[in-house]
Design a binder for this molecule. Structure first.
Ligand code: SAM
Length: 211
């Protein structure tokens, strides 16, 4: 699975891809999977066992990650549908308008989750990866994660992102994850996928799973 993700290609990010630089989509931060293969692969394998038929993806970005989820998860649940949300739509235009990728079971929503509380409902799986301040991540957790069966938080172990907010005196998704890990919602367990080929604290996935 790590190799599959690498061959699909990673978002251009020389800091977070240290150790995987040769797998970046050349010079494009709008293409590629914006995840660390060594973290994302075990998350995908755990999720494949969770009967995921509905997913809410908060933070579409280029939609490469959503497209990959659609291809992967529907192998396990053919009726899978993904709702993906972003306040900006231009970055996902390539995937949305591609003649083949447009056939994937993905509905694109364009709104700001802090301003517009559109009700999409609880899902089997929610990915929270939009704003990374504590308040933004908590808003998205409350609106989309709290009632979903499985929840994925991204960048909860990313020192550069967290430092940027700390310099401004703000808490981040790291702090939200620490709270949830210390006291997971009833019936959920917390899993951390923090391994990184650089040996550094970069990206980092926190998963809440049933059990
Ligand atoms: C780190 S990127 C998401 C990466 C994506 N999950 C992936 O794996 O490729 C964060 C995205 O969240 C969006 N975003 C940030 N704050 C938002 C908000 N309040 N409402 C909606 N989208 C937001 C940004 O426009 C950006 O595209």
């Amino acid at each position: 699975m790590v190799d599959v993700l690498r061959v699909v290609g990673l978002t251009k990010d020389d800091v977070r891809n240290e150790g995987n630089l040769q797998w970046q989509i050349a010079d494009s931060e709008w293409g590629g999977i914006n995840q660390t293969p060594e973290q994302f692969a075990p998350a995908l394998i755990l999720l494949s066992q969770q009967q995921i038929r509905t997913m809410i993806d908060v933070g579409t970005w280029s939609a490469w990650t959503a497209a990959f989820y659609a291809c992967y998860l529907r192998r396990f649940e053919p009726t899978l549908h993904i709702d993906t949300i972003d306040r900006r739509e231009e970055r996902s235009a390539e995937v949305r308008n591609d003649p083949e990728l447009t056939l994937l079971p993905i509905t694109y929503h364009v709104f700001d989750t802090l301003k517009h509380k559109e009700h999409i409902g609880a899902a089997d799986f929610a990915q929270i990866d939009a704003g990374h301040s504590y308040l933004e991540a908590k808003n998205d957790w409350t609106c989309y994660g709290l009632h979903s069966r499985c929840v994925f938080f991204h960048d909860v172990n990313d020192v550069p992102i967290n430092q940027r907010y700390r310099d401004r005196g703000e808490m981040t998704c790291y702090h939200l994850w620490q709270e949830l890990k210390a006291s997971p919602p009833v019936g959920k367990r917390a899993v951390e996928l923090f391994q990184h080929p650089s040996g550094k604290a970069l990206m980092g996935i926190g998963l809440l799973l049933p059990g």
